[in-house]
Design a protein around this ligand. Structure first.
Ligand SMILES: *[C@@H]1O[C@H](CO)[C@@H](O)[C@H](O)[C@H]1NC(C)=O
Ligand SMILES: *[C@@H]1O[C@H](CO)[C@@H](O)[C@H](O)[C@H]1NC(C)=O
Ligand SMILES: *[C@@H]1O[C@H](CO)[C@@H](O)[C@H](O)[C@H]1NC(C)=O
Ligand SMILES: [Cu+2]
Length: 408
C-alpha cells in the first residue's frame, strides 16, 4: 500500500470559511434542535425495547439472546460519575500497558494491546471510510475495544460517548470530557504560538476547507493521558504542504512521541452542533445519504458530524484519518457516531436494519479504485485487534449478533 497518494482522495472538496463563533445568536434554534434530538433518542429507546422483544420471539438474535432485561447501556461522558469516568480511563491505561498481539514483523510500532487497534485501523483505512461498511466496521471495532477494556482490563462499565452537540454549546475546554481534569479524557495540548490554519484539500488542488488553529497544538498537559506514548503513525496529518509530517518509515513503524491536541470549539460548533446533528438524523432517507452527510459530501463544503469532531481534536494523531484511534477520545467519538446511526436505524428498523438496503456503497474509499458494492454477506475484519472476521448481516442491530446494547 502506498501512503503517499492516499491523502489525495481523503478529503471532500469544498470551499468554506468559518464564521466567527457566535454563541449569543440563535440560542433558541439550538435549544429546539437539542430538544428534537432528545425526542428522537427517546423514540429510538422505545423502539429498541420493541426490537428486543421481537428478537426474542423470532429468535432473531443469533448466537446470544439479547433481552431488554439485561441490555447494556452506553452513556454520555458527562452523565457518568467521576469514579465511573476514572474507571474507564484506568482501563484504557491498562490496555496501553499490555503487550501487543500484532507480530513485530507485521507492525513494528504496535507495542501494546491499545496499539493493536490503531494498527488495524491504519491498515484498513482506505477500505472502511467512504465505503459501504463505514458504519458497521466502526460499530464492531468500538464494541471489540469495549470488550477488551472489560475482559482484559477489568472494566465493568460500558463504552461512553462524546455528545458533540453538548461540547459545541459549553465549549470543548469546559466540557467534562476535555476539561483536562483527572476525570476527563485529558484536555488540550500545550499552546504553541504562530501556527498556520489547516487547509484541507489544498495540496490536492481542491477547493479548500479552512480549519482555524485551536488553543493548543503541543503535548497534552494534564489528565489521565498526560504521559501517554503514541507509538504508530502519523500517516496523513495533512498539514499545509501536504504529507510533510508523515513518518517516512511508514505508519506502522515505531515512532514514539507524546499525544498532541489542538482543541477547537469553533470546528466542533461549525460542523457538529445540535442543528447539524438533527439535520443528519432527519434529512437522509437512505443509508447512502446518511453516511455521506456524516462524512461530508465531497464538494459540499461540509466535513460532516464525523469529520468535524475528529478535526476539532486536532493534533497528532487525532486529526490523522489513518492513526486517529491513537487518541483515546476516538472511541467516544465513534460511540456517538454509532449512537446517531442507532437512533436513525430505530426510526425505521424494517428498512434500516432488516433489509438489503440497510447498507449501501462500495468497498473502496469514494469508490477509488472502483470496487464491488458492499453486501450484507460481506465480512469485516480486525487484524490482530480481536476476534475473527464477521459477516455484516450479524452486525446490523445493536440488539442482535454479538451485540446487546442501547444508548441513553
Ligand atoms: C440475557 O438474557 C437472555 C434471556 O433471558 C439470556 O439468554 C442471555 O444469556 C442473557 N445475556 C447476558 C449477557 O446475561
Ligand atoms: C451549526 O451547524 C449548521 C449545520 O452544519 C451550520 O450551518 C451552522 O453554521 C453551525 N452554527 C455555527 C454557530 O457554527
Ligand atoms: C493488514 O491487512 C493484511 C491483509 O488482510 C494482513 O495480512 C495484515 O496482517 C494486516 N496488518 C495489520 C497490521 O493488521
Ligand atoms: Cu475510522
Amino acid at each position: 500500500m502506498r501512503f503517499g497518494s492516499l491523502a489525495l482522495q481523503l478529503l471532500p472538496a469544498a470551499s468554506v470559511v468559518l464564521a466567527a463563533p457566535t454563541p449569543d445568536t440563535t440560542p433558541d434554534t439550538i435549544q429546539t434542535a437539542v430538544d428534537d434530538i432528545a425526542s428522537l433518542a427517546d423514540q429510538a429507546f422505545k423502539q429498541a425495547e420493541t426490537e428486543a422483544a421481537d428478537n426474542e420471539i423470532n429468535k432473531r438474535g443469533g448466537e446470544n439472546t439479547c433481552s431488554w432485561r439485561n441490555v447494556s447501556v452506553r452513556r454520555e461522558w458527562g452523565s457518568l460519575s467521576k469514579t465511573q469516568r476514572k474507571a474507564y480511563t484506568d482501563a484504557v491505561l491498562c490496555l496501553q500497558e499490555k503487550p501487543a498481539r500484532t507480530p513485530a514483523e507485521v507492525a513494528p510500532g504496535a507495542k501494546t494491546r491499545f496499539d493493536d487497534y490503531v494498527a488495524t485501523h491504519i491498515n484498513q483505512t482506505l477500505q472502511i471510510h467512504y465505503t459501504g461498511n463505514f458504519l458497521v466496521w466502526h460499530r464492531y471495532y468500538t464494541w471489540l475495544y469495549e470488550r477488551a477494556l472489560r475482559d482484559e482490563c477489568g472494566y465493568t462499565g460500558y463504552q461512553p460517548y462524546w455528545d458533540w452537540a453538548k461540547s459545541a454549546i459549553i465549549g470543548m475546554h469546559d466540557s467534562p470530557i476535555f476539561d483536562g481534569s483527572d476525570s476527563s479524557m485529558s484536555g488540550d495540548g500545550e499552546f504553541i504560538p504562530d501556527r498556520e490554519d489547516i487547509i484541507l484539500g489544498q495540496a490536492q488542488g481542491l477547493p479548500p476547507v479552512y480549519l482555524p488553529v485551536g488553543e493548543g497544538g503541543g503535548c497534552v498537559k494534564s489528565g489521565p493521558f498526560k504521559d501517554m506514548v503514541v507509538n504508530l503513525g502519523p500517516a496523513a496529518l495533512d498539514l499545509p504542504g501536504g504529507l510533510v509530517d508523515a513518518n517516512p518509515e511508514g505508519p506502522l513503524a515505531h515512532n514514539p512521541r507524546c499525544l498532541k491536541r489542538d482543541l477547537s470549539t469553533e470546528v466542533n460548533r461549525r460542523y457538529a452542533n445540535a442543528t447539524a446533528v438533527l439535520a443528519n438524523l432527519i434529512q437522509p432517507t437512505n443509508v447512502y445519504d446518511f453516511q455521506m452527510q456524516m462524512q461530508g459530501v465531497p464538494g459540499s463544503g461540509s466535513i460532516g458530524i464525523h469529520g468535524g469532531p475528529h478535526y476539532s481534536l486536532g493534533g497528532d494523531p487525532g486529526r490523522d484519518v489513518f492513526t486517529s484511534p491513537g487518541d483515546p477520545a476516538f472511541y467516544l467519538h465513534h460511540a456517538n457516531i454509532d449512537r446517531i446511526w442507532w437512533i436513525w436505524q430505530m426510526l425505521d428498523p424494517q428498512t434500516r436494519i432488516h433489509s438489503s438496503v440497510a447498507i449501501a456503497g462500495t468497498n473502496t474509499f469514494l469508490n477509488q479504485p472502483p470496487s464491488a458494492d458492499t453486501t450484507l454477506e460481506d465480512y469485516v475484519e480486525y487484524g490482530y485487534a480481536d476476534g475473527p472476521a464477521r459477516q455484516i448481516k450479524d452486525l446490523m442491530s445493536t440488539l442482535g449478533g454479538p451485540f446487546c446494547y442501547i444508548y441513553l
